[in-house]
Design a protein around this ligand. Structure first.
Ligand SMILES: C[S@@+](CC[C@H](N)C(=O)[O-])C[C@H]1O[C@@H](n2cnc3c(N)ncnc32)[C@H](O)[C@@H]1O
Length: 203
């Protein structure tokens, strides 16, 4: 297989593809079915994919095996996953931090910063208060605090305020930070999302 050509990863990985190292260790926190893990592995990284969903991880495990790509799946809460200091060349947190409460986001972000090797990269994105679901959450979910909600399954949904995502990672040097909204044409009917995206490097 031609390296890195077969997958449709997150746009952030495509935009900053040239920064992705050709080898090393990658960590995908909240990998889901692992489109980003597979992409990194296809580019030469050894990837550990962490998620709570057994179903998603089984799909990822099967696909990685079929393609012969080095992705190790780990079913664990991303906040409990031990990240040894200076151990990863690249960490992904794409669309997963927003399922944590702010205290856990703060603790995990410190572990992420510590867990990167010098020169290592973080790719991170999350919904912001610009997301239309922020307004519907008021009606549908239990409100815990200003921007934190709880679903019937007890899971949290947190909407980042302007500038907030970047602030958790001020121990890193931002390569790119943007907030905005865009149409999501990838699944179901087209709908809009409000997001914050960060690419940052450990100096
Ligand atoms: C919106 S999906 C994003 C998946 C993937 N990162 C992507 O970009 O396609 C969020 C994922 O985070 C996982 N997740 C949410 N909270 C988690 C937690 N505390 N620990 C582990 N995984 C979690 C969910 O199971 C889900 O697969």
């Amino acid at each position: 297989m031609e390296k890195g050509k077969e997958f449709q990863p997150d746009d952030l990985l495509i935009w900053f593809d040239s920064l992705i190292p050709a080898r090393g260790k990658g960590l995908d926190l909240g990998s889901g079915t692992g489109k980003n893990s597979l992409y990194l592995a296809s580019k030469g990284l050894e990837v550990q994919a962490v998620d709570l969903s057994r179903k998603a991880l089984n799909l990822l495990k099967e696909e990685a095996k079929e393609l012969g790509l080095p992705v190790k799946t780990i079913r664990q809460d991303i906040c409990q996953f031990p990240i040894p200091p200076s151990s990863f060349d690249l960490i992904l947190c794409l669309g997963s931090l927003m399922f944590l409460d702010p205290d856990r986001i703060a603790l995990l972000s410190l572990k992420i910063v510590e867990g990167l090797v010098p020169g290592g990269l973080l790719f991170c994105s999350a919904f912001t208060t610009q997301d239309p679901s922020f307004f519907s959450a008021e009606r549908i979910l239990k409100k815990i605090s200003d921007r934190l909600f709880e679903g019937k399954d007890g899971r949290h949904l947190y909407f980042f305020a302007p500038g907030e995502l970047e602030s958790y990672f001020d121990g890193l040097q931002a390569v790119f930070y943007a907030e905005g909204h865009s149409l999501d044409l990838k699944h179901s009917l087209s709908h809009r999302h409000g997001w914050a995206s960060l690419v940052a490097r450990k100096t």
